[in-house]
Design a protein around this ligand. Structure first.
Ligand SMILES: Cc1cc2nc3c(=O)[nH]c(=O)nc-3n(C[C@H](O)[C@H](O)[C@H](O)COP(=O)(O)OP(=O)(O)OC[C@H]3O[C@@H](n4cnc5c(N)ncnc54)[C@H](O)[C@@H]3O)c2cc1C
Length: 457
């Protein structure tokens, strides 16, 4: 049996690694478009700075990535974000306002702490707080239907709660329009809390007796030498997989028995099993000839772009906010960026002594990053008090990479699964299906490997 994996990002690499572990009677080949493996994950070392050009953290509450690091012998490289700096703020009305802790860990944080933080936050007006307090009296929706995040939070906790507290977080993670994201897909715990307890605030209270997992530690984790070291270890471990970098899959056809994948090199590879892990729009295009309907469904999943702008400063040339991982930016500020991570405050060892590393995240491709940066720093002058230009300035653009899980995403996945089941030996994995985080992608690779294992006689 020949297995062909298309795409060498974390989803494809994780699938290849797990297939190898399952020791199947199959020949496994992985095709990657770029000369480099890892897809969105890349660490660059420059002037003593350790720079993540895409993702910069793993989350401990989704343990697949940490388990994989441990399995690959990276346990001693795992670092936790610096706990005393864990404050995150929202840049709103020209000021940094601390975000109340525990909104998204509301079901594991102590109820009193979460409620107190919400009552104290200046991000809600007295009317907004009153509206939030009415939440237990709002009848729960009975139907099992999906709902947009905008509608769910506005209905239960008020529009102001959504706009000032929820929307910036969702923008920072998903990039696209947070209003239209699917509650069932992106915040299933909140969605089911309403179904189970009838109210979000009642659900928080019901969980007050739960023991806190690592209450004081931040949920963010990384690797001493950056996330690129996970990709490097993973690739090195693929001794029974033929990895072909710098080759692009251009089309897929199928005859009665096998798939034929044509590459940019002119080669056509035959395979009994094809696993697509390329970005969803590309996987969709590759399936055009085999199944136009499936192809369309995949391409209908909207994807927003992302840019990361990294700066390395001399510490004495700016005054970054203290004890803080960074801040989110309210859309009301009309700035072309959504978040700022103060990497040197968040992680040990990201900058050489006397230097400071930070990055901005935007949900577009920036036409003129230098000009935009000047505009941002001018706007944020009161936050950073910059005295001199940075010594390091890097921009990384990621066109159409962040799938937006819009309302009824789960229904779409069911339709995709139904169509996919008509094509024996064809599988899909990646960040467009059951989660966009690195752990979700690893999990999707593992799941695909297990499905392939069941398929092989
Ligand atoms: C700026 C940014 C910040 C992020 N921050 C975080 C974070 O902090 N934590 C977190 O958990 N997640 C984060 N994410 C999300 C996470 O990084 C991605 O969802 C994940 O890395 C996607 O992995 P993947 O393997 O599914 O896709 P990709 O990484 O996109 O890999 C797909 C691969 O397929 C290859 N390919 C494409 N076309 C072809 C073709 N025709 N033939 C062969 N190969 C092809 C590509 O070159 C690529 O290597 C972030 C993402 C971005 C963009």
């Amino acid at each position: 049996m020949k297995v062909l994996i298309i795409g060498g990002g974390i989803s494809g690499l994780s699938a290849a690694y797990h297939l190898q572990k399952l020791n199947l009677p199959a020949q496994i080949t992985l095709i990657e478009k770029e000369k480099r493996l890892g897809g969105k994950i890349e660490t660059v070392c420059q002037n003593g700075f350790i720079i993540e050009t895409g993702p910069e953290s793993l989350v401990s509450y989704k343990p697949e990535a940490i388990h994989l690091c441990q399995e690959l012998g990276l346990s001693s490289d795992i670092i936790h974000s610096i706990p005393e700096n864990r404050k995150t703020s929202l840049y709103f009305n020209g000021k940094l306002i601390p975000l109340p802790e525990g909104i998204f860990s509301a079901f594991s944080a102590p109820a009193a702490q979460t409620v107190k933080a919400l009552l104290k936050t200046p991000l809600l007006s007295p009317v907004g707080k009153l509206r939030m307090g009415l939440e237990p009296f709002i009848p729960a929706k009975k139907l099992e239907e999906d709902e947009t995040a905008g509608s769910f939070f506005a209905r239960r906790l008020g529009k102001e709660f959504f706009e000032n507290l929820i929307s910036p977080f969702l923008s920072g993670i998903y990039g696209g329009d947070p209003e239209n994201l699917s509650m069932k897909s992106i915040l299933p715990t909140f969605y089911s809390a309403e179904k189970k307890y009838g109210s979000f605030l009642k659900a928080i209270r019901a969980n007050k007796k739960q023991k806190l997992p690592a209450e004081q530690t931040s949920p963010f984790v990384s690797l001493k030498n950056g996330l690129g070291s996970l990709v490097a270890k993973l690739s090195d471990s693929l001794i029974n997989v033929s990895v072909e970098q710098g080759k692009i899959a251009l089309s897929i056809r199928k005859n009665v028995k096998r798939y034929q994948v044509t590459l940019n090199t002119g080669e056509t590879l035959e395979a009994d099993i094809v696993l697509l892990t390329a970005p969803v729009q590309i996987s969709g295009k590759l399936l055009k000839e085999i199944d136009p309907k499936l192809s369309d469904l995949l391409q209908e999943i909207p994807c927003s772009s992302a840019s990361v702008i990294t700066f390395g400063f001399n510490e004495k040339d700016l005054t970054p906010p203290l004890n803080s991982y960074g801040f989110l930016i309210s859309r009301k500020e009309n700035l072309p960026i959504l978040a700022c991570t103060l990497s040197s405050n968040k992680w040990e060892g990201r900058a050489p002594d006397g230097k400071f590393l930070m990055r901005f995240y935007a949900n577009t491709i920036l036409d003129d990053p230098k000009k935009i940066t000047q505009l941002i720093f001018k706007h944020l002058d009161s936050v950073f008090k910059i005295k001199k230009d940075p010594e390091l300035f890097l921009v990384h653009s990621h066109p159409r990479v962040m799938p937006e899980y819009r309302v009824y995403h789960q229904k779409k996945l069911e339709q995709i699964q139904t169509l996919l089941s008509n094509h024996k030996g064809l599988f899909l994995a990646g960040n467009a299906f059951q989660g966009i985080g690195i752990s979700d992608c690893i999990q999707s690779g593992i799941k695909a490997a297990e499905q392939i294992c069941q398929f092989i006689p």
